[in-house]
Design a protein around this ligand. Structure first.
Ligand code: G3P
Length: 200
């Protein structure tokens, strides 16, 4: 149990490393929070600094979620994979290094899901890609893919712990997209290819 608690804290700290923030500091010397949507995530890094920087941010944020959940699963089974995965997601959304103002949990949550159930992750990615293609809104794609995930897990995933992760993860993603939902409703959300002007 003590080791479990230490691993949860370590996952939270690992999750707190917002790769979009780190990449933007490293390649352009800027604080990504002052640009585009103001988010530290991969989407805003790509929007502000191009696809290469965005891809690195995505890979880093995805990998930290996947590593945390995978180590947890290896150490104590699916429930511990879920516990460490949620800790990493909470680190990303409420990072200790950025005054607890972090990202929207899509890449990190996707990484956790990938370690727990790769096939459902690919299905959710397919939904995400389709909605992005149709609408041009990354946020709408993230919201719909997140909302579908708990249902996909209920249908195809036997572990209750992983199913519960789907519900918690989707709730965090939707909660963190409040400002996007507001902008989608008012027709002012950033579309792909256009640079954002507002901050969250
Ligand atoms: O992954 C976050 C994405 O869904 C929205 O990001 O920067 O457009 O608010 P952003």
């Amino acid at each position: 149990w003590w080791l479990g608690i230490i691993l949860v804290i370590a996952s939270y700290v690992l999750g707190s490393v917002a790769f979009g923030y780190v990449v933007a500091r490293a390649v352009a010397g800027i604080d990504i929070r002052n640009y585009g949507s103001g988010n530290v995530g991969a989407t805003n890094t790509w929007r502000t600094l191009g696809w290469k920087a965005g891809l690195i941010a995505f890979a880093g944020d995805f990998a930290k979620g996947a590593v945390a959940a995978w180590l947890g699963k290896l150490w104590g089974g699916p429930a511990w994979g879920v516990a460490l995965g949620i800790a990493a997601v909470l680190g990303h959304t409420y990072p200790v290094f950025l005054q607890f103002k972090g990202g929207k949990a899509v890449a990190t949550g996707g990484g956790v899901l990938f370690a727990l159930n790769p096939s459902i992750t690919l299905l959710a990615l397919g939904i995400w890609g389709a909605i992005l293609y149709i609408s041009g809104y990354v946020s709408l794609a993230s919201l719909i893919a997140a909302a579908c995930t708990p249902f996909l897990l209920l249908m195809f995933e036997p572990s209750w712990a992983v199913r519960i992760f789907g519900i918690i993860g989707a709730s965090i993603v939707i909660w963190r997209h409040r400002s996007n939902i507001q902008r989608l409703r008012t027709g002012t959300e950033n579309r792909i290819g256009r640079s954002g002007k507002r901050r969250d």
